[in-house]
Ligand binder design. Sequence first.
Ligand SMILES: NC(=O)c1ccc[n+]([C@@H]2O[C@H](COP(=O)([O-])OP(=O)(O)OC[C@H]3O[C@@H](n4cnc5c(N)ncnc54)[C@H](OP(=O)(O)O)[C@@H]3O)[C@@H](O)[C@H]2O)c1
Length: 264
Amino acid sequence: MRPILVTGGTGTLGRAVVHRLLSRGCPVRVLSRQAHTPGEHGWAVGDLVTGRGVEAALSGAGTVVHCATTNGKRDVAATRRLVEAAGGTGVSHLLYVSIVGVDRVPLGYYRAKAECERLVVESGLGWTVLRATQFHDLVLRVLEGLSKAPVLVVPRGVAFQPVDVRDVAERVAELAEAGPAGRAGDFGGPEVRPVEALAAEFLRARGRRRPVLRAPVPGGTARALRAGGNLVQPGGLVSAGGLVPARPAGRITFAEFLAERFPA
Ligand SMILES: NC(=O)c1ccc[n+]([C@@H]2O[C@H](COP(=O)([O-])OP(=O)(O)OC[C@H]3O[C@@H](n4cnc5c(N)ncnc54)[C@H](OP(=O)(O)O)[C@@H]3O)[C@@H](O)[C@H]2O)c1
């Protein structure tokens, strides 16, 4: 079996993807800019922005799971480099992890992700694009930052559908093994929650007392978020606890994630 190259395999999602692939018995090679000690899987040192080591990293790989991100404008350059290098090899499947709503929410990072999707789709390789909603880890990081102020201010009328990276990783691993699927169904967390509810849950888990203030936020990004542009569409089914996504989704809730991260 040819190795699966995981770019970003040292990142939040990538680590979970590597774990899932290994537990399914897949041979894995991880691309990182730093050298690592070999263990359960292979490593390749390389940089997708400069191109250093990328061809060697791809050598012999049949599938590439592209989880690397520079969190900014260099994502397009990095993805272009990867696509061009993969074209000349035996890679038959390129799976790209993107974000739900990249074509609806007018953020610079989302525009870059949409452009990366286009590069993957037009690569001439077999491809899969999986869009996921915000990871629990990201929501936690943002709320940690916002809770440094005496009042935790959140945008009014905005909901999120956070998902656990272990659930996303399971889906990525399934898709990686299954072969090119084109645009896979968007993947979100098990619940759609107003941001103030997520904030309250976070404060409870951290044992912090803060008022949560919902503030009107102007601008196109906030408007797109209020319209649910960041949620798996259609929005979901109303239940007693809030909205339940209509499609198959992750299983681990934000509350469960917090309980694991911050045991009482
Ligand atoms: N965070 C979210 O809520 C969210 C939601 C949906 C989708 N996504 C997408 O999921 C993917 C993974 O996100 P994440 O939050 O897990 O990322 P992350 O934790 O920030 O990890 C970024 C990874 O990219 C690698 N990387 C950065 N620059 C690189 C370069 N020049 N060359 C090669 N590798 C490079 C890093 O590897 P080294 O440092 O080892 O080189 C690291 O493993 C991204 O595509 C992101 O857009 C994220």
